[in-house]
Every structure is written in C-alpha cells, then in structure tokens.
Ligand binder design. Structure first.
Ligand SMILES: [Zn+2]
Ligand SMILES: [Zn+2]
Length: 397
C-alpha cells in the first residue's frame, strides 16, 4: 500500500460502503438532494461549519485551525448521468435511467474520507474549504456556485480537484501543466431553403445539399485555419433533415461540438464557423442561423499550484506511480470555471484495469474503491503541506 496514514486505512471500509450507498442512489445534476444531505450531516458530525444552498444542492464544509491566514479549497462533484446501469453489481443504481457512470460517487467518498481524518487528526494551520458541487455534467454547477459568490464567501488561495481516469493504472496520479482540458462549445445551425418535390429540384432550394457542403467545408477549419501545432476539434454530431425520399425538406439542423485548448483558438473557431456557414449557405441560395453557445472554458492549471501537487504526489506515491507531466485531454470539465477565479490544479487518478474499468459514461463503468484511500491520502497530504506550519519555503511557493 502507498504511504498512507494508518488511521486513514483503519477507517476506509466505512467510506467504501458510503461510496456504494451513493452509487446505489444516484441523482442528476441540481437534484442531488439525498447526496447533499448525507454529506452535510457527515461534515457537521465531524465539526465542520457547513453552508448549504450554493447552486441549490451545493455546499461548503469549512474547518479552521490555528491562526494561519492561508486558505485551501478542495472540490468534489456529486452528480450522476442519465444512463441505465448494466453492471449487475450488488450496489448498482436503484434509480432507473440514472447512474454514477463518471465516478463522482467516488470523488465525493474520497473527499469525505479525507474530511473525517483531517477533522480528527489533521495537522494544519489555516482554513480548509471542502467544496461539494452539483451538476458537473450539466449544466455546470461550478459556475452556478461562483455566481452564488463561492469565492467571495469562501476565499481560497488555491483550489484543487481530482477525477478518476480509466485506462491509467489504479491509484497512479497524473499532473498536467497549463491547459489540461479543452473548452467545449455547443453550436446549433439551422439551414433553411425551400421545400419541394424530389422529382423537381430546380423548383426548390435544397438545404440538404447546402448542409452537406457545410459539413465538408467545416473540416477545413481544423486542417487549414488552425495552427498545426495547436489543438482543435470540430465534430458534427447530429444532422437532422427530411422524412421521405421524394420530398425536399425546407430545413436542416446541425449540432456541433467544438473544442480547443487555447483561448485564441477557441475564438478563431467561432469566427471561422460563423463566416464559413453563412458563405456556404448563401452560395446555395439558402439561409443559415448559427446559435453559438459557449459552454465550459479551457481548464488551465497554474504552475506553482501544480508543482506543489506534483511534489506531494511524488513524496506519497514515488516516481513509479506518478505521471509528472501528463498530456492534456480534449474532454471538458466545469472545474475550469473555478480555475478562472482562483489558482489551482486538476489531477487525474487512474481507475485501473479491473472490473468496471471501461471508459466513464459507459453503462458498465464503476469507480475503483481502492482509490478512496489513495485519493483521500493525497488530499490529506496536500492539506498538511499547503496549510502546513512549516517554514520551509518549498512548502509555500
Ligand atoms: Zn462525466
Ligand atoms: Zn466526471
């Protein structure tokens, strides 16, 4: 076992049971009533000052110790997904069509295990803010908590979060410098022509041909407009049109997912998509409406806070269990909003290759309970380092 406090290890079974209980009772974003209640009751029982009602079901548990001025935020997400679970496990979801398929049950259990240990045995001096946020998957509980003045009410010098990652060996930690997760924008495009008889296309304006050309032209943005050394994704995930083979429809609707790892590339993608769609539609005699919804921003880990987490991970796990300079991902994560307001870092913890180790959002997925100890151990070590009484300069970059 890793370098974990014996008193943490002794109590881990309780948190494995707790994780499975949360897994069996998943709740969709902004509806995490039972989960939020359970967390609040635990934290209050351990002596935390609990503030509820941020973004509805979100809550913050605060623990102050000594006279230290430093303030640390640790964040876990609580929400499940609209997926029908197929694991067949004893602790499988009891709520039809709802499932903890992203491991947020595990993220909550890891932070609670750390919370109990830190309340009873933690050696630190300062303020610890444990942030339990709703609706990471949709519609972005982090931003809603910030709108509810999260960081004005609970100022933090740094904020951290951790997500499990299937395919990475169990309990290994992955750190990424700078941009770590992509921005995610949702684009809906309506292309309008003029409907007519399929036998007489010259008496109609066919939006399917215009939209098909638009789909192909969109491919040129990543290949011809974006710097080849930068990352961008333009995916057309839905193309809705028509009902019958002999009817030219009046309208086509496209749904796009657009990602970037850099704010300038994100802006460029928006500008090029809008320009290209209008010009292409016009060239076919059709009109286009582009509804461009900016969703999650690029998640950018700050250097000093990532370096501190790296040092803590290496000390705890050794170099063979830490990916010190991991690659960014084109997935997205609403913790990015928190990092726009506060320095910090977002880590990955390997979910291993055992049972339930398929990718997150798969109906056969399950969080690896062996990670509760490693994850909690990391949060404890990070807290004691960040809010340490030590005068060691290295501890306070
Ligand atoms: Zn997810
Ligand atoms: Zn997730």
């Amino acid at each position: 076992m890793q370098n974990l406090p014996p008193l943490l290890l002794q109590g881990l079974d309780t948190f494995v049971q707790l994780r499975r209980d949360i897994h069996a009772h998943p709740e969709l974003g902004l509806k995490e009533f039972r989960t939020s209640e359970l967390i609040a009751n635990k934290l209050i029982g351990w002596g935390y000052e609990v503030t509820r009602g941020l973004a509805g079901t979100g809550l913050v548990g605060q623990l102050r110790r000594g006279s230290g001025a430093r303030r640390l935020g640790l964040r876990a997400d609580m929400d499940a997904l609209p997926i029908q679970e197929t694991t067949g496990l004893a602790h499988a979801s009891r709520h039809s069509g709802v499932m903890h398929a992203c491991g947020h049950d595990g993220h909550t259990a890891m932070l609670l295990a750390a919370a109990e240990y830190l309340a009873h045995h933690g050696r630190f001096d300062g303020t610890l803010n444990l942030i339990f946020q709703p609706a990471e998957e949709h519609p972005g509980g982090a931003q809603l908590m910030i709108q509810d003045r999260l960081f004005e009410r609970f100022p933090c010098d740094a904020v951290y979060a951790m997500h499990n990652m299937p395919g990475v060996p169990q309990g290994h930690l992955v750190l990424v410098d700078g941009p770590a997760m992509a921005s995610s924008d949702d684009v809906t495009i309506h292309i309008r022509g003029q409907g007519g008889h399929g036998a007489m296309p010259h008496r109609a304006c066919d939006p399917i041909v215009a939209a098909s050309s638009i789909v192909m032209a969109l491919q040129s943005i990543v290949s011809r407009n974006v710097d080849p050394l930068k990352t961008a994704v333009v995916t057309v995930g839905a193309f809705h049109a028509g009902q019958a083979n002999n009817v030219i429809p009046a309208q086509v609707t496209l749904e796009l997912s657009v990602r970037a790892l850099d704010r300038e590339v994100r802006d460029l993608l928006e500008q090029r998509i809008k320009t290209l769609v209008q010009a292409q539609a016009h060239s076919y005699g059709a009109t286009a409406e582009v509804i461009y919804k900016r969703d999650y921003p690029v998640l950018v880990n700050t250097p000093a806070e990532t370096e501190l987490a790296r040092a803590v991970a290496l000390k705890m796990l050794g170099p063979e269990r830490v990916v010190t300079h991991g690659s960014p991902l084109t997935g997205s994560e609403d913790f990015a909003f928190m990092l726009e307001h506060c320095p910090g870092s977002y880590l990955m913890i390997g979910n291993g290759a055992g049972e339930g180790s398929c990718m997150v959002h798969n109906p056969g997925y399950d969080f690896n309970d062996d990670n509760i100890g490693v994850g909690a151990g990391f949060w404890i070590a990070l807290t004691e380092r960040f809010l340490g009484k030590t005068t060691d300069q290295e501890a306070h970059p």
